[in-house]
Design a protein around this ligand. Structure first.
Ligand SMILES: Cc1cc2nc3c(=O)[nH]c(=O)nc-3n(C[C@H](O)[C@H](O)[C@H](O)COP(=O)(O)O)c2cc1C
Length: 130
């Protein structure tokens, strides 16, 4: 999903995309947009995503006004990406794209197209700012 989102952003614009499995909070403030992938386990986000968000908050990385989006694979309830958006809005004061992108288990061709489309939308939002 992350790769398809990156592809969608890069295909349609001149934005530069970094895709990371584990991203440290350092330097995040130099990005225009942050897209977080969060699968749902036990009705919540995983420890690694929670820790990432806590690290950003703990180190006071300033994300105010940046574009945020969230996506995730899920099985039956899919709460995690929505929870990430809540943190982005309420804790980091980011401007988020809603709704989050949820894909059941594994993206098929239609799901991958939705991912590319999210990337395109994020890139368009960035370009609107310049
Ligand atoms: C132990 C376990 C707990 C899960 N809990 C939930 C859940 O509460 N809600 C849900 O929608 N999916 C749940 N799932 C399904 C996962 O979200 C789904 O398998 C998803 O594709 C995992 O994404 P990942 O491969 O990127 O980790 C659970 C799966 C496992 C193995």
């Amino acid at each position: 999903m992350a790769r398809a989102i990156a592809e969608g952003a890069q295909n349609t614009s001149e934005v530069t995309v970094e895709v990371k499995r584990h991203r440290s909070p350092w330097g995040l403030d130099s990005f225009d947009a942050i897209v977080v992938g969060a699968p749902t386990y036990q009705h919540t986000m995983t420890n690694s995503i929670e820790k990432f968000l806590e690290d950003v908050a703990f180190h006071n990385v300033n994300l105010k006004g940046k574009i945020g989006a969230a996506f995730g694979s899920y099985g039956w309830s899919g709460e995690a990406p929505g929870m990430v958006l809540e943190v982005m809005v309420n804790k980091f004061e980011m401007k988020v794209l809603k709704p989050p992108l949820l894909i059941k288990y594994k993206p098929d061709e239609k799901g991958l197209a939705e991912c590319r489309n999210l990337g395109k939308t994020v890139a368009e939002q960035i370009q609107k700012r310049y």
